[in-house]
Every structure is written in C-alpha cells, then in structure tokens.
Design a protein around this ligand. Structure first.
Ligand code: CO
Ligand code: CO
Ligand code: CO
Length: 311
C-alpha cells in the first residue's frame, strides 16, 4: 500500500497498517477488517468455523465488538460439491451465533483452491480501541494461544500426520478471541493478534509501532508438542522461513537454534491475542483470565530500545 495515494477524510481514525481500520461516523466508531484462508483442516465444517473465528480476530485484537459480517468465498462447485460448501457455511454460522454476529451477505467466485473468510464490521466506544502502539518499557508481554499451527497444517497437507494428530490445535483455532479481547480491554497498553507473520512478526509490529524492544523468552512460549517434533525433523511451511528472513535484521537471537526460530516464525491461523500490560497488574490479570476462561501465558517483556530479542 506504500506510495499509493488513498483518499481519506477527517473521519478516518486509523487507516491501513493496524489489525483493522477505524472510522468515525455519526458519533460511532466503526472497525472494519477482512480475512480469508485456504483450508487448514480436512473437515469442511471445522474449516468454516476456524475461518470465521480467524476473521473475527482482528476486531477482537482492537478491543472492539464485532456486529456484522459478509462472507468472502472462493469455491469450485464441480470439484467439491454443494454439500461441502454447505458444511463450510454451517461451521461459520455456528461460530457467528456464538459470537452474536449477523451475516448480512457475501460474494462467491470460482476458484481452484478453495478460500473462505469474512469481512467484519465492529464497534467500539470512542477513544477506547486498542492498537499496536502504546507498549512501554517495563511491561510484560502476554499471549493467549499456543504457536505451531502452520507446521501442523503443512504436515497434514503432506499426509505426514492425520486429522486426529491435529489434536488441541483445532480446539484453539475454533476458540473465539472474545474473552481474550475483554482481558485486553481491561489490561492492555498495546494489542494485536498472532496470525500469518508468526509470533515474532506480530511482536515486531508492536515493537516498531510503540518504539520499544520486545524481549521473548523461548521456554515460556506455549507450542504444540507435535509442532516441536515436526520442526526438529525439518517439516515446516515455507512461510516460516519467509517470516524469519523478513525480520532477521531486527532480531537478536543469541543462543537459539534454527528450529526454535522457525517455530517462533511459523505462520499461525486463528491465533491468540498478543498484548503488553503493566507488570504490577500480573496477579490481577491471572485472576481475571481465570474468571473469563482465557488461557494466558506471559512470554516476555518490554524493554528500552528497538526491535526484538529472543533468548
Ligand atoms: Co491481525
Ligand atoms: Co488479519
Ligand atoms: Co456479489
């Protein structure tokens, strides 16, 4: 989008570059985002649900409430059949009901490789939305879902693991970030969600936008055990390497092995929220997380400086 002369008006509170765009209209603050993915599991019902949760995530990452959605569909009816498409939509519908989001329409195109997702509109009280900016030195860094999904999906697509081997990762991908968003609203200074750029890529966004250094302790980062063994065997998506290469100039990673860097760079589908919060509120945050039924891992801290450090 760089160098593109985009029309904006005085109501554009936040344009291209954060998790969602924010627009002020008639005293209301609206957030807009769109996301779609290729299949990450074989079951079409589960894929529809995961794609929906993944698309809603950017609104939750802004600390906002999603209201309505439009389906974005790439599908080849001849290859897959209408019944498969119905299952994808049913998976999506169930998640939208859980999130209390209405589907207002959508658009489908013929596509050899199926794609599914949502354009989502949300709202938020004025001045209350969270962005990737605002992390302060001394704060802690919290993550609400494990990493390693891209590695599992890659192995599944190549037939190296079975549907059952996906294990808890499916449950996590199907989990809405609504509870995590509530937690972030109450505690976070800066917030994003972990998706295609991997934990390191999204952490770097917070570091760059906030003008700080984020320090991540590898042993504290939750990862699926099978992802760890697969990446050690050399099974990982190309995206993990691309993400790492994109970042390596900004990254200090003394003492970490290649597989560890790949795991932290692995593209995530429907990942958790990643946010910074004041250290002294850590005990309270853990209590609130429990009340909200949100799993939360403290994976690092904010320091003076620039960029990323993993150790
Ligand atoms: Co995002
Ligand atoms: Co997104
Ligand atoms: Co249309």
């Amino acid at each position: 989008m760089q160098g593109l002369d985009l029309y904006t008006d005085g109501n554009t509170l936040l344009g291209v570059g954060d998790d969602a765009g924010v627009y002020l209209y008639g005293g209301e603050v609206f957030v807009h985002t769109v996301d779609f993915i290729t299949p990450v599991v074989n079951d079409p019902y589960l894929w529809g649900g995961i794609a929906a949760v993944n698309s809603l995530s950017d609104v939750y990452a802004m600390g906002c409430t999603p209201l309505s959605a439009l389906a974005v569909v790439g599908f080849n009816q001849c290859d897959l059949g209408l019944e498969v498409f119905r299952e994808v939509m049913r998976g999506c519908a169930d998640k939208l009901r859980e999130a209390k989001v209405v589907l207002l329409g959508g658009h489908t195109v013929e596509d050899k490789e199926p794609k599914f997702g949502l354009a989502v509109t949300g709202v938020c009280p004025q001045g209350k939305y969270l962005t990737q900016q605002g992390a302060r030195p001394g704060e802690l860094l919290a993550l609400t879902k494990p990493v390693g999904v891209g590695i599992l999906t890659k192995a599944l697509k190549e037939g190296k693991i079975s549907d059952q081997d996906m294990g808890k990762s499916v449950e996590f991908m199907l989990r809405l970030n609504d509870g995590a968003s509530q937690l972030a609203r109450e505690f976070a200074s800066a917030c994003t969600d972990v998706t295609g750029f991997g934990l390191l890529g999204h952490a770097y966004n917070i570091a760059r936008k906030s003008g700080v250094m984020l320090s991540i302790e590898f042993s504290r980062v939750p990862a699926y055990p099978l992802s760890v063994s697969l990446v050690k065997e050399g099974i990982y998506p190309k995206g993990a390497v691309d993400n790492y290469n994109y970042l390596k100039e900004e990254l200090q990673s003394e003492g970490l092995e290649w597989w560890q860097l790949l795991l932290l760079s692995d593209p995530v589908t429907s990942g958790g929220l990643l946010f910074t919060f004041p250290q002294e509120r850590a005990p309270l945050l853990q209590r609130r997380a429990q009340e909200l039924g949100v799993e939360v891992w403290i994976v690092g801290q904010v320091e003076e400086g620039r960029g990323l450090r993993v150790y």
